[in-house]
Design a protein around this ligand. Structure first.
Ligand code: TMP
Length: 234
């Protein structure tokens, strides 16, 4: 009979699978991060198909967004012309979306055994509002901790892209850039460097994937990271 030990949000068996209170395997929480134009939506879609083909139940979501409140704030943050938020308000709006998202969608899904693939999460706050806007990282980490209430990603896939390629991909997309995409090049350089610094600080949680290669190679690296770091077999 499998022995169980108590972990923060469930029970863990000998294979390292975590069971929730109803005896179901707890889902994995995988976040995708990266500068603008790093290909997150494409690689989330491809990973979703890969996991679903193996019988994993998957929910795909994004930040800011994921809930009706989050999507409304996303629109305010990115496109509303009436009044741009001041930098401190911007931080708090991202965090308000996150608190709602964690409590209403992400944690219930994980508890029900669903894997959650999230397009951006709290590393974006550290990279954009911390490294790029200049807010103190410790302060941000404290208020973010309040918003996420202890939830951490099991794995963070950082899709890396140079500022030049990022700019070219955004231009090729043809759509008008949003408020943050319109920031100066130096801002986007700090975002990219910030993500890489975060990954160096937590190599166990992060998988850094260079996206300036053909899509199939990137896709294979993302799968390998998921299988390796989360202990999935083919
Ligand atoms: P995107 O996910 O479509 O790229 O748009 C989200 C934008 O919001 C992107 O410019 C990054 C930015 N952002 C932050 O500045 N801080 C955050 O905490 C999050 C989640 C996103």
């Amino acid at each position: 009979m499998a022995t169980t030990i108590r972990v923060d949000s469930g029970l863990k068996n000998e294979c390292g699978q975590v069971f929730n209170g109803l005896g179901m395997t707890r889902g994995k929480f995988i976040t995708f991060e990266g500068p603008e134009g790093s290909g997150k939506s494409t690689h989330i879609r491809l990973l979703r198909a890969f996991l679903e083909a193996r019988g994993v139940e998957v929910a795909v979501t994004r930040e800011p967004g994921g809930t009706p409140l989050g999507e409304a704030v996303r629109n305010l943050l990115q496109h509303d012309q009436s009044e741009a938020p001041v930098a401190r308000a911007e931080v708090l709006l991202f965090l308000a979306c996150r608190a709602q998202h964690v409590e209403r969608l992400i944690r219930p899904a994980l508890d029900a055994g669903t894997w959650v693939l999230c397009d951006r999460f709290d590393d974006s706050t550290m990279a954009y509002q911390g490294y790029a806007r200049g807010f103190d990282l410790e302060t941000l980490s404290g208020v973010n901790g309040f918003a996420v209430d202890g939830l951490r990603p099991d794995l963070t896939v950082l899709l890396d892209v140079s500022p030049g390629t990022s700019r070219a991909r955004l231009a090729a997309r043809g759509a008008a850039p949003d408020r943050i995409e319109r920031e100066q090049d130096a801002f986007h350089v700090r975002v990219r460097d910030g993500f890489l610094a975060l990954a160096r600080r937590e190599p166990g949680r992060f998988a850094v994937v260079n996206t300036e290669r053909e899509q199939g190679a990137v896709e294979r690296d993302v799968r390998a990271a998921v299988m390796d770091k989360l202990g999935i077999r083919n």
